[in-house]
Design a protein around this ligand. Structure first.
Ligand SMILES: [Zn+2]
Length: 195
């Protein structure tokens, strides 16, 4: 007894009683759905990365690392489901886990957007000093000013900044960081300036 790759109902003949597809057509249908949903997942991942850049959360790097792990785990799962579909093996459980992961980058991206866009809290100014700078080129360029942290339990903050701000500050400079608390308690940097 195997399950139909298209509709998931149990079947004992080549043609599924429920949806009427034979095993080859069901395999094609599943792989097409996988591809479409993977496209939706990828767009969500881009939105998530854009959201981390738009309202620069203090913990952007941790979020991007978490997002990256999730991203590659989900794609690995999609590949396993696809390979199993080719062999007409059981895919139902793994497929559901994968489909469950697809909205996650959209939800996280929307959460980060709302956290910044709908944040009505008053900004507070933190005075600190630049200890280092870090810049990485590539498809997702990142520029960070590394400053001494004002938060308990943190040594430094890695502030995501624009190219202009990155150039304006040097190691050892005093810096004023305008921080907002965030709608969902994810603190983010509104701007940085010289005192
Ligand atoms: Zn079926």
């Amino acid at each position: 007894m195997t399950r139909c790759l298209n509709c998931g109902s149990e079947r004992d003949a080549d043609v599924c009683d429920y949806c009427g597809l034979n095993s080859a057509a069901a395999e094609f249908s599943l792989r097409k759905k996988l591809l479409n949903r993977t496209a939706i997942f990828l767009v969500g991942a881009i939105l998530f990365v854009a959201a981390t850049g738009m309202y620069a959360a203090l913990d952007s790097d941790e979020m991007l690392i978490f997002g990256g792990i999730l991203f590659f785990a989900a794609l690995a799962l999609a590949i396993v489901v696809e390979r199993r579909a080719v062999r007409h093996a059981e895919t139902e459980a793994l497929k559901r886990v994968y489909y469950g992961l697809i909205p996650v980058p959209w939800i996280l991206g929307a959460l980060l957007m709302a956290n910044g866009a709908l944040d009505a809290s008053a900004p507070h100014i933190e005075e600190t000093r630049v200890v280092s700078k870090f810049s990485m080129r590539g498809p997702v360029p990142s520029r960070r000013l590394i400053v001494r942290s004002w938060r308990e339990g943190h040594w430094v903050e890695r502030l995501p900044v624009t190219f202009a701000d990155f150039d304006r500050f040097n190691r050892g400079d005093a810096i004023e960081v305008k921080v907002k608390d965030g709608l969902t308690d994810i603190p983010w940097v509104e701007s940085v300036s010289h005192p």
